[in-house]
Design a protein around this ligand. Structure first.
Ligand SMILES: C[S@@+](CC[C@H](N)C(=O)[O-])C[C@H]1O[C@@H](n2cnc3c(N)ncnc32)[C@H](O)[C@@H]1O
Length: 278
């Protein structure tokens, strides 16, 4: 089979198995096994693939058809223009979170800001900010040792081990000191909504996806804890779940935060909450 025929057959297989963006997934996997850039496949559509080139692809295509996330099969994910290791130890970073980082880049005025990333997972928020703000002091916490191990590997790969301090902590328990910015993408899905999640999301660690029965419990707890660790005028920036904005806005107001605002994600969901304290 030629490159083009393999792409067509894989795309058809993915369509049949309800994989979103079937052609794009096919291109990513074929480029991955051939060790090429995706765009380079277009230059060799007519090339006939050998059996030894096709064998590893078959296994990956089967796993993708069964719902394993593309990023787990590739072992990497692109986030804010950088490549991060990605596997089942932490949540696959989402495009919404890239948007959060873009908002933060425009909000951070002081290049020497002290920043805390709560629930860092693979470290994408903390490490992307470390690249953008070379003078910032950055701490990142997570309750999961697996996630922290992956975050540390990402820091090593990106040469940022000296820039971000990763700590095991339940929310702010072990995050000492005060910060100009506390950013968090914590689990915000109610355990009762488990049935509604895609096959891919079920490959994320449970501790990265689910809070309690309401979904917003951990975010609420962080809203309660953050004032004692925000510098005067410091900002709390949160990624939140669908339909959670009104109640969390009230929670922020009750705790005397000011300049409370939200922003929508690309699909029009009120996804990000920002507030200052003191
Ligand atoms: C939704 S994932 C986000 C990961 C990463 N920040 C991202 O945006 O891709 C939430 C992360 O919060 C961590 N987490 C869950 N409960 C926590 C807690 N009580 N304290 C600290 N981290 C927690 C999980 O282990 C997980 O890595």
């Amino acid at each position: 089979m030629t490159v083009l025929q393999v792409l067509q057959a894989t795309t058809a297989y993915f369509k049949k198995h309800s994989v979103e963006s079937p052609r794009l997934n096919a291109e990513h996997l074929l480029a991955h096994v051939l060790g090429r850039k995706r765009i380079d496949l277009y230059l060799e559509f007519e090339r006939v693939l050998t059996d030894s080139e096709l064998a590893p692809l078959r296994a990956l295509v089967k796993r993708r058809g069964e719902g394993e996330p593309l990023q787990h099969l590739l072992g990497t994910v692109e986030f804010c223009g950088h490549v991060f290791l990605c596997d089942k130890r932490a949540m696959v970073p989402r495009p919404e979170t890239e948007q959060l980082v873009e908002f933060l880049k425009s909000e951070i005025q002081n290049p020497k800001s002290k920043i805390l990333d709560v629930g860092t997972g693979s470290g994408v928020i903390a490490l992307s900010l470390a690249i953008e703000f070379p003078e910032a002091e950055i701490v990142a916490v997570d309750i999961s040792e697996d996630a922290l191990a992956l975050a540390n590997e990402n820091a090593t790969r990106l040469n940022l081990t000296h820039r971000v301090r990763f700590l095991k902590s339940n929310l702010l328990e072990h995050a000492e000191g005060t910060f100009d910015l506390i950013a968090a993408n914590l689990p915000y899905v109610s355990i009762e909504n488990r049935e509604m999640l895609s096959r891919e999301v079920l490959h994320d660690p449970e501790i990265a996806v689910f809070a309690d029965t309401q979904g917003d419990e951990l975010v609420r707890e962080l809203i309660a804890q953050a004032p004692s660790q925000l510098r005067p005028g410091g900002m709390l920036a949160l990624e939140i779940g669908i339909g959670q904005s009104e109640a969390l806005l009230s929670a922020l107001a009750e705790k005397n935060y000011r300049d409370i605002s939200f922003k929508n994600d690309y699909s029009g969901v009120k996804r990000f909450l920002f507030a200052r304290y003191g």
